[in-house]
Design a protein around this ligand. Sequence first.
Ligand SMILES: Cc1cc2nc3c(=O)[nH]c(=O)nc-3n(C[C@H](O)[C@H](O)[C@H](O)COP(=O)(O)OP(=O)(O)OC[C@H]3O[C@@H](n4cnc5c(N)ncnc54)[C@H](O)[C@@H]3O)c2cc1C
Length: 499
Amino acid sequence: MDKIWDVIVVGSGNAALCAALAARAEGSSVLVVEKAPRAMAGGNTQYTAGAMRFAYNGIDDLMPLLADLTDPRLEVTDFGSYTTQRFSDDLLGFNDGRPLSPEQQILIDQSLETMQWLGHQGVKFEPIYSRQSFLKDGRHVFWGGLTLAAAEEGVGLFEAELAALEEKGGEIRFEQAVTGLLVKDGCVTGVTVRNSTGEQVLHARAVILACGGFEASEELRAKYIGPDWAKAKVRGTPHNTGDGLRMAFELGAEMYGFYEGCHATPMDLHMKDYGNLDIPHGERKNYRKISYFLGIMINADAVRFVDEGRDFRNYTYAQFGRAVLEQPGHFAWQIFDAKVDDLLYAEYRFHDAHYVQADTLEDLIPKLEGVNPAGARSTIEAYNQAVMDDVAFDPTIKDGKGTRGLELPKSNWAQKLDTGPFKAYPVTGGITFTYGGVKLGQEGQILRPDGSAIDGLFACGEMVGGVFYNGYPGGSGLTSGAVFGRIAGRGAAAQAKGA
Ligand SMILES: Cc1cc2nc3c(=O)[nH]c(=O)nc-3n(C[C@H](O)[C@H](O)[C@H](O)COP(=O)(O)OP(=O)(O)OC[C@H]3O[C@@H](n4cnc5c(N)ncnc54)[C@H](O)[C@@H]3O)c2cc1C
């Protein structure tokens, strides 16, 4: 008789491993099956900076999570707080008038306890000094509510979770693409996998689908998000092709959430089509180009198309990828002058960053390939004339230093482009992950449109619908994966006990 696992988890990203750890903690035997080889396991999680957003009341909530309590900067850091109310407001800001969804409420309410739980699994965190704080009067001031990242970023998170799972007796198998679900008497009883030896059947009392969204499927992107999206660069893994969603729909799961939405950021126009794991993890985010709030962006018609300073970049970067992708030719140029050169994120100094440079604007403009030069001159001139000279520039706050009289304003951090050398970076839109998914019951089971649960089938991570709508406060994806992973793991373990 073939082995029957209590719980099989499909995928090995953050959500999957949290689910596996939670099921294991309930005494379940757990097998994780991953489509990719070992080096590419961990899905999008491996590509992340490991940043995790959660509600906290002050430094006392942060200290127990930190890897290095001897860091001298801790003495001169203002972490502030990030209340559940602020987390709610941040999510509501992207809901286009919708109230908080039940999934968003769960994410907010369980974010801190889930971080503490991760800490108990051996995951350590570090303050994100480089990208989430500014030095002000000798103190490090955090500004956006996103304060900690896993030590060693997404790779560190993945490796710490995997080590914890293996230490606790969970098993993982690589290069096993799940192709279908086994069903007996209406209950999911296992999976079929494709591996180097062909097709194999694996039996389980409960199955958790944690195998990502459909961001790496050109066909599904075009179908659900729109035809422009066939052209998008994929920032992470090539393996999240919507397999889990397809399998769930075949069993009657409800399509739930914002299928036309996705997380997408401005990316180097000349990056590869997918994320690059061949470079060290600290460099993987460097194809992203999100310091646009310090300059302006213009498209092929030489016009600006977003308010680059609308808000802190944590609240715009996941939307502006779409804005860039939807421009003619799917590209834009980001233009900066020397005054902000030191403030640009490290990704702008990355050895593989593409840019053009000139001492004067007159010499820079002809180098903006694909852009009408006369239009570029007049757009920059109009912008420069509109910049408020009477307000001080301060990147640590929304400084209100905007433009006056432009049809499309820049609301904060507007400075004249007047100091050479000037630099311009060509960008396109890169998709990070998709927002549409399935509807879950309270224990993480996948529901049908009539509200009934598909017996034995659970989901978590990018597959959960209803968490994000028309935008995303940075660092919420990993937290969502951990929160719903933990719920699904416990739910599946309970199902296995009762099966
Ligand atoms: C470049 C980049 C940077 C990011 N930075 C951050 C950040 O700093 N903070 C944050 O919160 N979020 C970030 N995100 C978003 C974050 O990665 C996702 O929200 C999160 O990792 C999703 O976790 P997951 O476990 O659902 O999916 P994944 O981590 O993508 O895991 C899904 C896994 O399923 C596997 N799989 C797919 N199909 C099958 C199949 N048929 N059979 C078996 N296995 C399968 C895949 O190979 C993959 O390993 C970033 C994403 C990218 C791409």
